[in-house]
Each structure stands twice: as C-alpha cells, then as structure tokens.
Design a protein around this ligand. Structure first.
Ligand code: AMP
Length: 190
C-alpha cells in the first residue's frame, strides 16, 4: 500500500491535485471535508452537528472525523492505498491515524505539503467562493478565520511528520499541471 497525506492551508489546491493523483496512481481519495459536506447534504445528525462549525471555519471535533476515517478505511478492502486530503488536521488526528493504519500493518509513507503564500490563498478562496457555493469561501473574515485555525491547530501536524522524516514541501504556486508534475515526482520517489 502507498498512503500519502496531502497537506496545506485552505486554498492550497489539495482537492484539485487529489483528483489528478487518484487518476494517475490509483489511490483511494479520503477527503474529510467532502465526507462532511455529504453528511450535511444528506441531512444526517452528524451533518447537522458539523454544519455551523464548518460554515464558520472552525474544526469539527476530532472524535467525529477520526470515526469517519476509521469506517472509510475499514470499508476499503483491497485498496492500493489512500490519499488523505484535509486530514489529519490536528496532532491528535495524526496520532489516531498512525494507530488505525497499524491495525492494517501499514503506515503513512509521505506527507506532501503544498506551500502557497497567504495573499494567494485569499485570492483563490474568494474566487472559488463565486462558484463553489461554500459558505466558508464567501467572505474574507471566514477565510481569515480558516487560515488562523490552520496556523494554530493544523501546522503542528507538519512537525509531526517532519519528525518521522516524512515531510516533503512542494511549491504550490504555478499551473495545475506544473504543480502536479512536482507532486508526481515526490510520489514516485516516496
Ligand atoms: P475542507 O474541505 O478540507 O476545506 O474542509 C472544510 C471544513 O470541514 C473545515 O473548515 C472544517 O470545518 C471541516 N473539516 C474538514 N476536515 C476536517 C478535519 N480533519 N478535522 C476537523 N474538521 C475538518
């Protein structure tokens, strides 16, 4: 199995690049943001708990997202591996993920971290907000809150993988194809 964490701040291009990675490398895509938006659309109890947190750019509790990931991994028999997109977002989630993968005698092989400066992130998210319909992409104060939450709660996850020698920083500015080229190179050398 090949398991990759695709990491980066909101607007770094994780969703776009994940689609290309799953096509080329045949990995299963696990996006906690997509799963949560699916729960909201299906009007489940979990979705209603998550909605206002997500709309305001706050994190959903660790226990909820870890439980979701656990059931997705358990249901993905025979997968060639996973691309984790938007997860883990806290050190507690990263520790839980290590434990989960260990049950399947596997591990995270590499964290690919997309590096994009803050001004570019804000521009991209506001542009996406015009077409995505996502409440959390709509106004600058929500976007700034997501970037603040990222710095405070999520950035320590980069150190977590760096300490395991699994961190690979990638320049996330350029055309989609150029960035994908850099990512492909990193995955091929994982
Ligand atoms: P994303 O689609 O990855 O930008 O996630 C959208 C929103 O879903 C985030 O701002 C959080 O509110 C929530 N979310 C997604 N993934 C996680 C996670 N791993 N832990 C906590 N909250 C999450």
């Amino acid at each position: 199995m090949l398991n990759i964490v695709l990491f980066g701040p909101p607007g770094a291009g994780k969703g776009t690049q994940s689609e290309l990675i799953i096509d080329k490398f045949g990995l299963s895509h696990l996006s906690t943001g997509d799963i949560l938006r699916g729960e909201i659309a299906a009007k489940t109890e979990l979705g209603s708990k998550a909605k206002s947190l997500m709309d305001n750019g706050e994190l959903v509790p660790d226990s909820i997202v870890i439980g979701m990931i656990e059931s997705k991994i358990a249901g993905a028999n025979g997968s060639k591996g996973f691309i984790f997109d938007g997860f883990p977002r806290t050190v507690a989630q990263a520790e839980a993920l290590d434990g989960l993968l260990e049950k399947y005698s596997t591990e995270i092989h590499e964290m690919i971290a997309l590096e994009v400066d803050e001004a570019e992130l804000k521009t991209r998210l506001l542009e996406r907000g015009k077409v995505s319909g996502r409440a959390d992409d709509q106004d600058i104060s929500k976007i700034e809150n997501r970037i603040r939450v990222y710095k405070e709660q999520t950035l320590p996850v980069a150190n977590f993988y760096s300490n395991q020698n699994k961190y690979k920083g990638i320049d996330g500015v350029g055309s989609i194809e150029e960035i994908f080229e850099r990512i492909s190179h990193a995955i091929e050398n994982a």
